[in-house]
Design a protein around this ligand. Structure first.
Ligand SMILES: *Cc1c(COP(=O)(O)O)cnc(C)c1O
Length: 411
């Protein structure tokens, strides 16, 4: 096999890569769950570690030739401990392929099929892998729900009532579309009262927690799961952290329960992302994510956008578009024509279907990675307003968007 570059060997795919790079470079990505990992993280992702099989755990493998993998995986586990300041009471597993299978491994590890779980439904900001009917997490377990208040906030008194009534074996907190802080301590108190496990799914907010701009789920949750590609700014992957006494239940569900060989190139890149996350710059980055989201929220409110819960404490904003006479899908499509990428989203108590919901979700992690600040957020809010009130303005706005993007090129 000749060792040619991808451009020579496979021009068609090389071209798609280039087109995708251009698309990112010339559009504003406001998808709350996406981010741009650094060059170093991407280098690690395509490293020689992609080759190796290493089923098992560090220093307990089923394959030979794993001396470097053992060092790598234990180093990455150590970095997880460091960024979250964990004592020896916590066990770490960096092997899950992604967040959804990691959540499933936790559920199957701690529960028997048919056991009860208590979650926030998808329509109120929960994630598909948290007990929805279409997911195995919802098919294998009996699912009850707590809900957000009419104003869009977690209501801990109400959650406690529902927990006492439904007596779940496990409660999930941590969401995909909740713009406010989560009080993990209160969740732990509720879980304790009904003798349920508490799973904190910090997929969206783990970077903010590491940067200390959002409260930590430690030591309150029994298990913490995070993806590594959202605010944490690593490769696509996931981490499970649990109390050591639960490790024998949960870790065998990751391997061999659900997975085979770990994706060592991913683990390698998670390690690099965690090293970056230890820096002062990362802490500043997470603080800027929130400043940007708050600015965007304030500006959008000036244009009479209705924000669920009235604003944001974190990296994302959920907008109810009903008063603008436009659906989430139309808003998403119109904004995309202007080079502004968002996703349609259900809002709590939505009267429309999830395929064409009443809201849209926007987030600031990716734009903040590009270096944008409050000044740019003000411009972006004005453009969003203009496109939504006058869809025909998209070509004019698109030119402005491209001009701004060129000032903040992707590295
Ligand atoms: C993104 C997300 C996940 C799952 O992540 P995947 O890696 O896409 O499977 C799980 N939980 C929450 C709350 C999320 O936002």
């Amino acid at each position: 096999m000749k060792n040619q570059s991808i451009g020579k060997k496979d021009p068609k795919i090389a071209n798609l890569i280039e087109e995708e790079r251009k698309r990112h470079n010339l559009t504003l990505h406001l998808i709350a769950s996406e981010n741009y990992p650094s060059k170093a993280v991407r280098e690690a992702l395509s490293s020689i570690f992609v080759v190796k099989y290493s089923e098992g755990r560090p220093f307990k493998r089923y394959y030979g030739g794993t001396e470097n993998i053992d060092k790598l995986e234990s180093l990455v586990e150590e970095r997880v401990r460091k960024v979250f300041r964990l004592s020896k009471k916590w066990a770490v597993n960096v092997q899950p392929y992604s967040g959804s299978p990691a959540n499933y491994a936790v559920l199957r590890g701690l529960l028997k099929p048919g056991d009860k779980i208590l979650t926030l439904p998808l329509s109120h900001g929960g994630h598909l892998s948290q007990g929805t009917k279409v997911s195995l997490s919802g098919q294998d377990f009996k699912v009850s729900h707590y809900f957000l208040s009419k104003e869009g906030f977690l209501d801990y008194k109400e959650i406690e009532k529902i927990a006492k009534k439904t007596r779940p074996k496990l409660i999930i907190t941590g969401y995909s579309a909740y713009p406010r802080k989560i009080n993990f301590k209160k969740f732990a108190q509720i879980a304790k009262k009904v003798q349920a496990y508490l799973l904190a799914d910090i997929a969206h907010i783990s970077g903010l927690i590491i940067g200390r701009v959002h409260p930590s789920p430690f030591p309150f949750a029994d298990v913490v799961m995070t993806t590594t590609h959202k605010t944490l700014r690593g490769p696509r992957g996931a981490i499970i952290i649990c109390k050591t006494e639960l490790k024998q239940k949960i870790f065998p569900k990751v391997f061999p329960g659900l997975q085979g060989g770990p994706h060592n190139h991913t683990i390698c890149a998670i390690g690099v992302a965690l090293k970056e996350a230890q820096s002062i710059q990362f802490k500043k980055y997470t603080a800027q994510i929130i400043k940007n989201a708050k600015t965007l929220a304030k500006e959008l409110k000036k244009y009479n956008f209705h924000l669920i819960s009235g604003g944001t404490d974190n990296h994302l904003i959920l907008i109810d578009l009903m008063n603008k006479g436009i659906s989430g899908k139309e808003a998403q499509d119109n904004l995309e024509k202007a080079g502004i990428i968002v996703n349609k989203n259900s809002i709590p108590y939505d009267k429309r279907s999830p395929f064409n919901p009443s809201g849209m979700r926007i987030g600031t992690p990716a734009l903040t990675t590009r270096g944008m600040k409050e000044k740019e957020m003000k411009k972006i809010a004005a453009w969003i307003n203009e496109v939504i009130s006058n869809p025909k303005s998209y070509s004019k706005i698109k030119k402005e968007v491209i001009k701004l993007c060129k000032k903040f090129p992707l590295s």
